[in-house]
Design a protein around this ligand. Structure first.
Ligand code: NAD
Length: 365
């Protein structure tokens, strides 16, 4: 197994969490004899400062030529006052568009070991296991026309049947491998794009008679997500709704730092934690690397077909949390030992090695 992986640490805590995720990939590679070649490039605020562009050509070319891309985070308060197309976040949107991954998978799992750090009551959150499938290349984030014209600003929400259908299929296929339910989120009582969304999802569902489909308006969904998160299996949403609902889902898991994502369906898979650059904790070695580490598990699963290795990393995260180790964001009210970002990464590497050794010993018997 050989693969070229582009690493884009980005801004803020991005470099801190991607360093740990790369360490986990190196551990997996050492255990199984895989050859992963890593090439690091600039994106976001650091790229603007070094080259004047949030997505330099060299970064884009390297990403397109690789087998998978791992991104940390982009964004910095120093760019808060510049227009959207000159901000670090523009680099991320351009990259997503160029790589073509239209389906953004965001699992949100409420582990019992850290359930107490969620503001949602343990008996409500605990056991929630949701896969958010967010459309990533359409809707308000990409629609034209857009812009500010003196005292009027415009953004366009636009969706085609093709864009809806392809992401809906990803959601139904995923539900088949899970608990067989898709909740499609829209605002069909107000928006035409949502009416087309709902009609198209219903049509696609006819190819998946084994999957239960329900529809929720986005406002009701936001309420149910907090009130009863266990009712959800796969949550299918357009771009903006998915962005907002996945941050809400993070509250159920205990921290934004827990959430991973995979953007699939394009030429090259893009893997990134859901969180941003967290300027408030940058440089403290206090960021939670779980989202970045779980993102490389998704990379192994979706880009390289290494399901067992992906599950080993996910199990390692669960084991380390159950052993009581926590970064500060998930420490409150859960007991255990507070560790740094790098200590947490090291613990995951040890756990991955132990899990692989145990399986090896089991097969040798
Ligand atoms: P954020 O996700 O950076 O932080 C929100 C809160 O969650 C902060 O209190 C932060 O400390 C905490 N947090 C986030 N990740 C954490 C982690 N791994 N471990 C521990 N705590 C963590 O969101 P924000 O503050 O709204 O945005 C900051 C910057 O990041 C902005 O410039 C924004 O545009 C950008 N952003 C980028 C992405 C991305 O790169 N995908 C996503 C969201 C926001």
């Amino acid at each position: 197994m050989r693969a070229r992986i582009t690493i884009l640490p980005g801004d803020g805590i991005g470099p801190e969490v991607t360093a740990e995720a790369v360490r986990v990939l190196q551990t997996v590679a050492a255990i199984h004899g895989y050859r992963f070649e890593f090439e690091e490039h600039a994106i976001g605020g650091v790229a603007i400062k070094s080259s004047g562009s949030p997505l330099p050509r060299t970064t884009l070319d390297a990403a397109l030529a690789s087998d998978a891309v791992l991104l940390g985070a982009v964004g910095s308060p120093e760019f808060d006052r510049v227009p959207p197309n000159q901000r670090p976040e523009a680099g991320l949107l351009l990259l997503r568009s160029a790589l073509g991954g239209y389906a953004n998978l965001r699992p949100a799992i409420a582990y019992s070991s850290i359930a107490a750090c969620s503001p949602v009551r343990t008996e409500v959150a605990c056991g929630a296991d949701i896969l958010i499938v967010r459309e990533l290349l359409g809707g308000l984030y990409f629609g034209e026309p857009r812009g500010i014209d003196s005292d009027v600003a415009t953004n366009t929400m636009r969706y085609s049947v093709e864009e809806i259908e392809r992401v809906a299929r990803v959601a139904f296929e995923a539900a088949r491998k899970r608990r067989g339910k898709v909740t499609s989120v829209d605002k069909a009582n107000v928006l035409e794009t949502s009416q087309l969304w709902r009609q198209t999802v219903i049509r696609v569902s006819q190819d998946y008679p084994d999957v239960t489909l329900e529809h929720l308006y986005v406002d009701a969904c936001a309420m149910h997500l907090i009130a009863n998160p266990r009712r959800f299996d796969v949550l299918l949403t357009e771009n903006l709704f998915g962005d907002i609902l996945s941050d809400e889902a993070a509250v159920i898991t205990g921290s934004l730092g827990m959430l991973a994502s995979a953007s699939i369906g394009g030429e090259v898979g893009l893997y990134e934690p859901v969180h941003g650059s967290a300027p408030d904790i940058v440089g403290q070695n206090a960021a939670n690397p779980c989202g970045a580490i779980a993102s490389v598990a998704m990379m192994l699963r979706y880009s390289f077909g290494l399901e067992q290795d992906a599950s080993d990393i996910e199990l390692a995260i669960q084991d380390v949390l159950e052993a009581g180790y926590r970064t500060p964001d998930i420490a409150e009210g859960t007991g255990g030992y507070v560790v740094t970002t790098s200590e947490f990464g090291e613990l995951i590497c040890q756990a991955v090695t132990e899990i692989a050794d145990m399986r090896h010993a089991y097969h040798a018997v």
